[in-house]
Design a binder for this molecule. Structure first.
Ligand code: ZN
Length: 360
């Protein structure tokens, strides 16, 4: 995973050039725009991609706000961002699968491929995972360099605005598909960006009834527009009895997307005995949780969901998008040129926008 190039052709191609980028410039709030970042060179097994469109993730918000998690992980000075689409601009001397000009996105989880999980089909939970835009330079820039093994070629019938958000869409698809929702009743707790995507994915995947909870009434309305059977304000837990009555003692599947302790407690109360819970939302701190009542006596299956499966989830995403059954246009609310990144982040952080894109 070295970025020190031994490929003379690639080094020549990048010699002396500079590019635009959004840099985590200091250990505090915000990002800084730079237009004199050196264009990165490619190593033998890497490709350089000219970035066209990027998505702002909840993780980028944490890095912007410089919370405890970011301060403990993200190196100051890196280019941020990990959701993007672009075109290959240069390839290393040992790259065999790609050529310049191809439209691509990339899986953000980078591993050496040598650990136990990478070798057994679970590279998304590899012990040595690093993520671009978090641990090393990301995609909020004119160019990004990624290992050839992380590249995903984009199907010609998939528009850039969808290809730019494969990363979060993949979280939603991975969660929904891991739980299995076909002909099942489903509760989605938390309808932020990924929760809303999960609504349309669960509907496309054949869920029987989809219930949603959140504490944001406009998002609950949007969840209904995207296909939720009903959507409830989690601040009043009366909905649990109603849902349990309507679903033979509780929903078959819980997709936990909020990380909020209250939503977890409510979600497991609404889950029937023997049901499946897939957990994607990250609690901010250790949670007080009733294991006996919610898991052990309930006999339920609990799945931790991290990232996207390489490459199962990516193929599933492509097929779902090409089916025409995903409704993402109401979730992608704003686009800005990268120079207006302040406005873009403000739109996302204030909640005025949901998925906000930036164009390079
Ligand atoms: Zn993300």
């Amino acid at each position: 995973m070295t970025q020190i190039s031994t490929d003379t052709l690639a080094q020549d191609e990048s010699a002396g050039g500079t590019m635009r980028g959004l840099i985590k410039h200091h250990a505090g709030t915000g990002l800084a725009f730079s237009d004199d970042r050196p264009i990165p060179s490619v190593g033998p097994r890497e490709v350089r991609i000219k970035v066209k469109k990027v998505g702002i993730c909840g993780t980028d918000r944490h890095i912007w706000e410089w919370d405890e998690w970011s301060a403990g992980r993200v190196p100051v000075g890196i280019i941020t961002g990990h959701e993007f689409v672009g075109h290959i601009d240069a390839v290393g001397s040992a790259v065999t699968q790609y050529t310049p000009g191809q439209r691509v996105s990339a899986e953000g989880h980078i591993t050496s491929g040598a650990d136990y999980n990478s070798r057994t089909g679970n590279a998304h939970i590899a012990a040595d995972t690093t993520i671009f835009g978090i641990d090393r330079d990301g995609c909020f820039a004119d160019y990004i360099v990624v290992p050839e093994s992380n590249v995903w070629p984009v199907h010609p019938d998939i528009e850039d605005k969808y290809a730019a958000i494969f990363d979060p869409l993949g979280n939603a698809v991975h969660t929904v598909m891991a739980a299995g929702v076909s002909a099942k009743t489903v509760l989605i707790s938390g309808v932020g960006i990924i929760g809303l995507m999960a609504v349309t994915v669960a509907k496309a995947a054949g869920a029987s009834r989809i219930y949603c909870t959140d504490i944001n009434p406009p998002r609950l309305e949007l969840a209904k527009e995207l296909g939720a059977t009903d959507a409830f304000d989690a601040r009043d837990s009366a909905w649990i009895e109603q849902v349990r009555r309507d679903t033979y003692e509780g929903v078959d599947v819980l997709l936990e997307m909020s990380g909020a302790p209250m939503a977890m407690d409510q979600g497991f109360r609404a889950l029937r005995n023997g049901g499946t819970a897939a957990l994607l939302g990250l609690p901010a701190r250790t949670v007080d949780f009733d294991f006996n009542k919610h898991i052990i006596f309930k006999g339920c299956t609990v799945l931790g969901i991290n990232g996207r499966k390489m490459w199962d989830t990516w193929y599933q995403m492509e097929k779902l998008l090409l089916s025409g059954r995903l409704e993402l246009d109401k979730v992608i609310t704003h686009e800005y040129p990268i120079e207006e990144f302040d406005k873009a982040f403000e739109t996302m952080i204030s909640g005025a926008g949901i998925k906000v894109l930036m164009n390079l």
